[in-house]
Design a binder for this molecule. Structure first.
Ligand code: F0G
Length: 459
């Protein structure tokens, strides 16, 4: 007999207290924070769904591995254990450790970006876009049309539009395009997966034009699980084999190890090209550290070596994907609009659909995110015109979608926490017509969403 409840495949080993607050306390806290959820003190948050990045719970075996951390400056055994674990899944020639994903992006785009260059991606994550644009290059998003439609139930909404990719290459020529990127899963587009078939298609286009193909692979294990569940002929495969096949299609990768590799910090840049690797290692030494530790301590390398092994276990991934869907399915059943189908690491509330009375440039996502915090102490993240609206020339344009991401830290919250979130979100949705928009009162750039301040609109 099999049971339908998918339980957490772990039990609790040490606990962290949550601080209970009242709605009044939260209204005061968010006011002090300039209505920016990034500026809250984490202790004023009850359920923290700001990000799944670096916020997961490490396992007993990861904590044990930390004790083995060897802090030798060069050639530490911890480095070799890390390298072996990375190359077991991603057999690239060169692995360059960094303190997190954006450091890998910064190094890579410093080496290959620059004025006049164009970098296509299914959808650039905000730091990836910022690192491309910082070099003077242009970041272009070419996700399939279904990927921009929150209601479409296409099983691989992260796929690249191959015709659009080819048109871009014909129009600008291969010299202008130093790399083609694919983000798996497609975070900014709703945590949606990319199919093996599409990855093979991108490889084929890149081969024809002689352009390197890189993965932004921080949610590679969730992506591989979706391939196993949704793609024809993949259902019996070990996730590790799927991951290796995905890696074999690419020439290199950037990684934020704060996501699927179950680390609290870490990342890497990997590639097969010897010349490019030399250049990147030189840049690494300038800003991150020696090539056998990059920006990490030996103990961090140990935690990641073990985390990577756990990240591809089927029981874990089944629970991970199912528990995210549990939240999304309950909200869908209650009529709260969320991006379909439910992604891997997060549920994306469709603030555009829920708050049609708020203009995109009055930031419906921000309004919804603040309402969730005030009502229940839940911290989500606007992924809409606050994050993407500001253009490099200083003008403002509505984003493709107005979303609020509820990103679920790995192995951290239980089903009763999620039941509470469902209850709060439904109660906010029931009075959606009363929510008002916001205007920005101060903003830096780029990446204004981290520190901008907001004021609620009157009337
Ligand atoms: N690429 C993707 C797809 C990401 O989601 C992130 C981070 C990065 C690169 C950068 O990695 O944070 O280690 O420097 N995403 C986090 C998030 C911050 O909340 O989605 P990092």
């Amino acid at each position: 007999m099999t049971f339908k409840t998918i339980i957490e495949p772990f039990r609790v080993h040490s606990v962290e207290p949550l601080v209970m607050t009242t709605p009044e306390q939260r209204r005061e806290a968010i006011g002090r924070a300039g209505n920016n959820l990034f500026s809250l003190r984490a202790e004023d948050v009850l359920i923290d769904f700001l990000t799944d990045s670096g916020t997961g719970a490490m396992s007993r075996d990861q904590w044990a591995a930390i004790q083995r951390g060897d802090e030798s400056y060069a050639g530490s055994p911890s480095w070799f254990r890390f390298l072996e674990s990375v190359q077991d899944l991603f057999p690239f020639e060169h692995v360059i450790p960094t303190h997190q994903g954006r450091a890998a992006e910064k190094i890579l785009f410093t080496a290959i970006g620059g004025e006049g260059k164009i970098v296509p991606n299914n959808t650039h994550f905000d730091t990836t876009r910022a690192n491309v644009e910082y070099t003077g290059a242009r970041a272009v998003d070419l996700v399939i049309a279904e990927g921009r439609d929150p209601a479409s139930r296409h099983p691989f909404k992260g796929n690249m539009d191959l015709d659009a990719l080819e048109s871009l290459l014909i129009e600008h020529g291969r010299e202008a395009v130093p790399v083609v990127f694919m983000t798996i899963t497609n975070n900014s587009g709703g945590g949606q997966p990319v199919s093996l078939e599409n990855l093979r298609g991108v490889r084929e286009v890149c081969d024809r034009y002689g352009i390197p193909f890189f993965l932004d692979a921080c949610r590679f294990a969730e992506n591989a699980w979706f391939i196993r569940e949704r793609e024809a002929g993949q259902g019996d495969r070990d996730v590790r084999d799927i991951v290796r096949e995905v890696a074999s299609l690419a020439d290199g990768m950037t990684m934020s190890a704060k996501k699927d590799p179950l680390g609290n910090i870490g990342g890497w840049l990997a590639m097969n090209d010897d010349g490019l690797a030399d250049e990147c290692r030189t840049l690494l030494i300038l800003t991150e550290g020696f090539p056998t530790y990059g920006g990490l301590a030996g103990r961090d390398l140990e935690a990641l070596a073990q985390g990577l092994r756990e990240s591809v276990q089927h029981d874990y991934l089944r629970y991970r994907i199912r528990s995210t869907a549990y939240l999304g399915d309950a909200l869908t059943a209650a009529g709260v609009p969320v991006v379909q189908p439910i992604g891997g690491h997060a549920v994306y509330l469709d603030a555009g659909a829920l708050l049609p009375h708020i203009d995109p440039l009055d930031y419906p996502g921000q309004a919804l995110a603040i309402a969730l915090y005030e009502a229940g102490g839940i911290r989500g993240c606007e992924i809409g015109s606050v994050m993407f609206g500001l253009q490099p020339d200083g003008s403002e344009r509505p984003a493709a979608m107005e979303l609020v991401r509820l990103a679920i830290p790995r192995r951290t919250y239980t089903q009763s926490h999620i039941d509470y979130v469902i209850e709060v979100a439904i109660s906010v949705a029931e009075r959606a017509d009363q929510l008002r928009g916001y205007r920005i009162t101060s903003e830096p750039r780029p990446l204004r969403h981290f520190t901008a301040t907001f004021e609620q609109q009157t009337g």
